[in-house]
Design a protein around this ligand. Structure first.
Ligand code: ADP
Ligand code: MG
Length: 306
């Protein structure tokens, strides 16, 4: 027998599981199914985690499974790489300041049709294909996400403010449309686009939307699926759990940068606002979400308010 060299997680050939072990694994999920029955799980599906068709299908099947065993999954999706692809077709290049996409009017139009159109409907279709009933929404639907222009302070010098264009800061979230859909067997799939004065549209970081939505829905869990094993320290080692104080130190010494900045900030806000469990996990691992929610094993990075 030869030992296979470590393949990428997604390409790994399935190891046959003995029937007895299978039964054991299924039985172990029962306490979690019981504990989370009727509870809301907000799941952020990162644009970087949704690149492979097989992983996308696995994600959709996992969402349907959670719904069928009695939980209320709410999906918030991103789409950074998909927006970049669309921008490059127009000869534009995406730019970011402190993890936020600089959004001029042309970029906003692209964000609306890529996120609110293509990406949202892909996810809706996959969930429906897996046997669920998904409904796509943007923040305009049901007057859900009210926003205003983000005034972004420089992370090192609060005197300096960056203009990132049509990037939205959430004023309020009215979750009634989400609640109505949930009660009626539907799975909401939300694109992070908000509305403001004069019917203006705002591009909002999807982690920020997911965090705030988890708070107003009194979610049991907020799970952020991304393209790293979790939050990594300076040497690339996984940090399995982080408190507010530890996060401050990581911000200060520059260990956290780019898209991880708004991710951690909204994860921490959600934890502080009463969301019981907040996890950043690797969406490239098949069925990562099921492993996190239905098994005792901890994955990725857990964010604690204290
Ligand atoms: P998503 O589409 O999931 O929101 P982002 O690109 O916005 O993905 O954020 C995740 C990225 O943040 C990682 O791929 C990584 O490049 C970056 N990052 C910055 N600092 C860290 C850190 N300390 N640990 C892990 N990832 C980090
Ligand atoms: Mg991001």
């Amino acid at each position: 027998m030869t030992t296979p060299t470590a393949p990428s997680a997604a390409a790994e050939a399935p190891v046959p599981i003995a029937p007895r072990d299978k039964a054991e694994i299924l039985a172990q999920a029962l306490p979690y199914i019981r504990k989370y029955h009727g509870r809301t799980m907000v799941i952020k599906y990162g644009g970087n985690a949704m690149t492979e068709p097989e992983l996308q299908q696995g994600f959709a099947a996992d969402v349907v499974l959670l719904k069928l065993v009695g939980m209320n999954p709410v999906v918030v999706h991103g789409g950074g790489p998909q927006i970049d692809t669309a921008l490059s077709k127009l000869g534009k290049k995406g730019t970011f300041i402190q993890g936020m996409r600089v959004t001029d009017q042309e970029t906003m139009d692209v964000v609306e049709w890529v996120l609110g159109g293509e990406v949202q409907q892909d996810i809706v279709g996959l969930i429906n294909g897996a046997g669920g009933k998904a409904v796509g929404l943007t923040g305009f639907d049901g007057g859900m996400i009210r926003a205003r222009k983000l005034k972004m302070k420089d992370k090192d010098n609060p005197e300096v403010e960056h203009d990132v264009g049509q990037v939205g800061d959430i004023v309020s979230i009215d979750p009634s449309v989400v609640k109505t859909l949930q009660d009626d067997q539907f799975i909401p799939v939300i694109s992070p686009i908000g509305f403001g004065e004069g019917n203006a549209s705002f591009n909002i970081n999807a982690d920020v939307v997911a965090g705030k939505l988890a708070e107003v829905l009194h979610a049991e869990k907020l799970v952020l699926l991304t393209n790293t094993p979790g939050v990594l320290d300076k040497s690339g080692k996984l940090l399995t759990d982080l408190s507010a104080r530890e996060i401050d130190a990581l911000f200060a010494d520059g260990t956290i940068s780019g898209g991880m900045l708004p991710k951690i900030a909204s994860a921490l806000d959600a934890a502080r606002s009463g969301v019981k469990a907040v996890h950043i996990i690797d969406g490239r691992v098949p069925h990562a979400m099921l492993l996190e929610i239905l098994t005792e094993q901890a994955y990725g990075t857990m964010i604690r308010a204290r």
